[in-house]
Write a protein of this length. Sequence first.
Length: 145
Amino acid sequence: MRNRRFAALSTMALLAAASAFGQQVLRVDIPFQFSLANTVMPAGHYDVTSSLGLLSVYSYTSRSAVLSTTNSIGGGLDINAQSRLTFNKYGDKYFLAEVWVLPGSPLGAVVVKSKTEREIARTSPDVARVTVPVRTGAVTLASVR
């Protein structure tokens, strides 16, 4: 019980600290079921917030939220043309892989792979990258392997 309280207070402190530094909220419709941090999320409308190595994904459909850790990516000369989410697709399973929040910025966040995704990636011969742009909601499919 004591550990649960500590974990809850720690999470609240992280979220408060993240909001203090200013964060962007993406509102996006994801047309397929996907996994994040070993949690299956339904297709539907989401708020996605990325700040200081922490990703929060809130589902309006299931009225639940999932937190995950991220690492920064980018920083090169390529500029992010628009906000988007990128998913890894193995067969019929989707996993949130990257979040690009700020248009005009070369920085994004890569989601730390869950144990489930790592296991599927080892056994699956093919992976595709699926991009969901935030503004249009259109889906783009590109083969990686």
